[in-house]
Write a protein that binds this ligand. Structure first.
Ligand code: SF4
Length: 221
């Protein structure tokens, strides 16, 4: 661990990339279904499957009551459809049975940790999925950790070398002011795609190299 500060990282990325122009948020239940569909596929195929599911069934109630085989057919393009179809159906049933509606707005009244625990009761909903719903759809200060964020924050020394992605959620949520979570998350992902790639990171052009444990160590050797 270095003394790298999460807020300094956020500020540097805001200087470099600026604030992110993000699409209008999906409703929390739409985001729940979309994130289940997103597992192990591209954004494009996730969005195709989501659109086909909505076109085929017309409402979340119809999906909840629909045949798993029909849901599988609608979402086939997203891959892993035999796993995802029953998970979507069960998640919708869970929400409806608990709330009497397809709404997750009540989560806004809970602390982030409690809201996360509630969401992760659903099969197939892990801390990352829960954090995405809380951050993007409900505007809560959760911090989703995907493979890019996990890799970069380890290299920077913001999380211990052996910290799991799940543990990283809690460390980063604590380290960042609530209003920074969205831009910090999205700018780290952009950095991971463009500069701090898994193989051959382009440290020489990275705006974070002066505060990066990985780079400083490489330069010292
Ligand atoms: S300096 Fe290199 S390793 Fe560190 S964050 Fe930037 S690209 Fe990644």
């Amino acid at each position: 661990m270095t003394n790298t500060n999460a807020l300094d990282v956020y500020n540097k990325l805001m200087e470099f990339y600026g604030p992110v122009d993000w699409r209008p948020p999906l409703s929390p239940v739409d985001e729940l279904v979309s994130t289940i569909l997103s597992q192990s596929t591209t954004d494009l195929n996730r969005d195709r499957a989501f659109k086909r599911l909505k076109e085929r069934f017309g409402s979340w109630e119809a999906v909840m009551k629909g045949d798993v085989a029909d849901i599988e057919t609608a979402i086939r393009v997203a891959g892993l459809f035999r796993q995802k179809a029953p998970r979507i159906k069960a998640a919708l049933q869970f929400v409806y049975n608990s709330q009497g509606a397809f709404s997750l707005d009540f989560l806004k009244t809970l602390p982030v940790e409690e809201a996360c625990v509630w969401l992760t009761q659903m099969h197939g909903v892990g801390v990352k999925t829960a954090s995405i719903i809380l951050l993007f759809s409900l505007g809560m200060p959760a911090f989703p950790v995907d493979t890019h964020v996990h890799r970069i924050t380890k290299r920077l020394g913001l999380i211990p070398p052996k910290a799991s992605a799940e543990k990283a959620h809690y460390i980063l949520e604590e380290a960042l002011p609530p209003e920074t979570c969205l831009n910090a998350h999205l700018n780290l992902i952009r950095l991971g795609r463009e500069i701090c790639r898994a193989r051959n990171p382009k440290c020489e052009v990275c705006p974070l190299n002066e505060m990066c444990a990985y780079y400083q160590l490489a330069m010292a050797n």
